[in-house]
Design a protein around this ligand. Sequence first.
Ligand SMILES: Nc1ncnc2c1ncn2[C@@H]1O[C@H](COP(=O)(O)OP(=O)(O)O)[C@@H](O)[C@H]1O
Ligand SMILES: [Mg+2]
Length: 366
Amino acid sequence: MSGTLEVSDLHKQFAIGRPAVDGVSFAVPAGEIVVLLGPSGCGKTTTLRCVAGLEHPTGGAISIAGKVVSQPSRGIQVAPRQRDLGMVFQSYAVWPHMTVRQNVVYPLKHRGVNRTEAARRVDEVLALVGLSEYAERPVTALSGGQMQRVALARSIVYRPKLLLLDEPLSNLDAKLRLRLRDDLRRILKAAGMTALYVTHDQAEAVVLGDRIGVMRDGKLLQMGSPDEIYNRPADLFVANFTGATNELTGTLVARNGAFGTVDFGDGRRGEASLLHEVGVGDKVRLALRPENIRIGGNGANTFAARVTDRRYQGTQTVYDVELFGRRLEALELGTAARHEVGVETMVSLPREGCWAYRDEGKGGEE
Ligand SMILES: Nc1ncnc2c1ncn2[C@@H]1O[C@H](COP(=O)(O)OP(=O)(O)O)[C@@H](O)[C@H]1O
Ligand SMILES: [Mg+2]
């Protein structure tokens, strides 16, 4: 049933422009969900379309369940229909003139599954996606979220080896998007699907992925568990893209295993985590999450700062603090805003949440 996907050193160069996919390698073990996450234009859809066989890669190899399906150097390019995969896209690919049941049974008819078995499987998958009561309705009578459930049911009912999903929640309104996002992982897991899911939405990636690969400019920057991506980003771009939007700059003056001492200028020094190759004497950029900055506190890595703005959001408050002449955002959970605008206060930057990357002289966030 479900199989492993292997992508090695994948390249795709269109007739014009820079490479859309530039040496991407990763695997999706059978039964796992891997999410490719990155900003618009980074090559997610092109990677997915190469896996589907809808694009011809210009280099590298792709195999599904142990069988090579694309390898230009050996002239191998298996047609999409022969790859045994399911696909769900942003647009609801359902047949409007059919009922829910007719939509979902369609791929089984085409595969010659007998009527009794087909009916059993359709009932099973409709229950899985939560549409049992809607089986006999025309799909046009459904909401966007329900239509996407039909598209999903139709893509998994024939038990493909691999399911490809390209931003399937993007056309839904916010509330439906969250509902289906949470359901989707449960459905894919219950069906035992191997899935490759692409999105630009980090919250979706974290909820859905067993592993997340962050892409930029056709390259895969880091592949890891959601926890690794969030708590040990290997790259400044990964840190920024997943919400570590504050930045400080300095020079690394000492190394101490996983940590280092950073000089911020004017004799101010602090400790930071080194998640990336950095040498003593290197200029560094530090990324910090708003929720990892503590207003108040004392001890190591504590500096004088000033609260310059606050935005009360009900269950949390976001503060602007001025530190070393820079504006940082700090976030505190809770329904009470505790700090006044204008106060001079200490701010502590726990070294575990203060990540130093070598300053490559280029921008972090796009
Ligand atoms: N058919 C095409 N012809 C030329 N360039 C393309 C084509 N499809 C995508 N691209 C380019 O490849 C890059 C990656 O696009 P895409 O894979 O769609 O990114 P994403 O899905 O991450 O937004 C972009 O620069 C895009 O303009
Ligand atoms: Mg895309």
